[in-house]
Design a protein around this ligand. Structure first.
Ligand SMILES: [Zn+2]
Length: 172
C-alpha cells in the first residue's frame, strides 16, 4: 500500500496513513495500529440576529467571502455547547450579547467537511461594534440585503423568514 501524503499521519503512532476500504468506503488507515482514521465533519454555527425590524450582518475581513456580507459565524469547539458557541461567536465578532431563540436549520453539502448550524437570535439593543475578522457591521431590511458571502446564505434567509410569524419582517 502506498502512503498518500494528503492523508496525513496517525495521531497514535505517527505512521503515514494509507487509503483503504473500510466500513463501506475508502478511508485513511493506519497499517501499524490496524484501524481506520475517521474524518469527522466539522461543526460551525451562524447566527441571524434580529434587532427591531432589521437583521444584523457583518462584512467579512477575511477569505472566504472577503468584502461580502454574512452572519456572525465560527467553529464550535469540541465539548462546547452549540448554542453557547453561537453566543460566543457573536460576542467575538460584533461585541453584542444575544439570546438564542431557535434553530433555523442544519446545512451540509456532499463532499464538504463543514456542517453549519444556523440559529435565530434577538438582541435588546443595537450597541454592536466591529470585532475579530470583521470589516463592518450594519443592520439591513430582509428584502434589501447587500451582496452575501456564501452560496447558501440566500436559502438560509428564506428558511429564517419561513419560521417567523407571517411576513413579520417584510414591508407591505
Ligand atoms: Zn497508528
Amino acid at each position: 500500500m502506498i502512503a498518500n501524503p494528503e492523508l496525513g499521519f496517525c495521531r497514535t503512532c505517527g505512521r503515514q496513513l494509507v487509503a483503504r476500504e473500510s466500513y463501506g468506503r475508502q478511508r485513511p488507515f493506519c497499517e501499524v495500529c490496524q484501524r481506520p482514521v475517521f474524518d469527522d465533519p466539522k461543526l460551525a454555527v451562524a447566527v441571524i440576529i434580529r434587532i427591531g425590524e432589521r437583521i444584523l450582518l457583518q462584512q467579512r475581513a477575511i477569505e472566504p467571502g472577503l468584502g461580502r456580507w454574512s452572519f456572525p459565524s465560527g467553529f464550535v469547539d469540541r465539548g462546547e455547547v452549540v448554542e453557547a458557541a453561537a453566543v460566543r461567536e457573536v460576542m467575538e465578532e460584533v461585541r453584542l450579547p444575544v439570546r438564542i431563540q431557535r434553530l433555523v436549520g442544519l446545512y451540509s453539502r456532499p463532499g464538504h467537511p463543514v456542517v453549519l448550524a444556523v440559529y435565530a437570535a434577538e438582541a435588546d439593543h443595537d450597541a454592536f461594534s466591529v470585532g475579530d475578522e470583521v470589516a463592518a457591521v450594519d443592520l439591513f431590511e430582509v428584502d434589501d440585503l447587500p451582496p452575501l458571502a456564501f452560496e447558501h446564505d440566500a436559502s438560509i434567509i428564506q428558511d429564517y423568514l419561513a419560521g417567523l410569524p407571517r411576513d413579520e419582517l417584510l414591508r407591505p
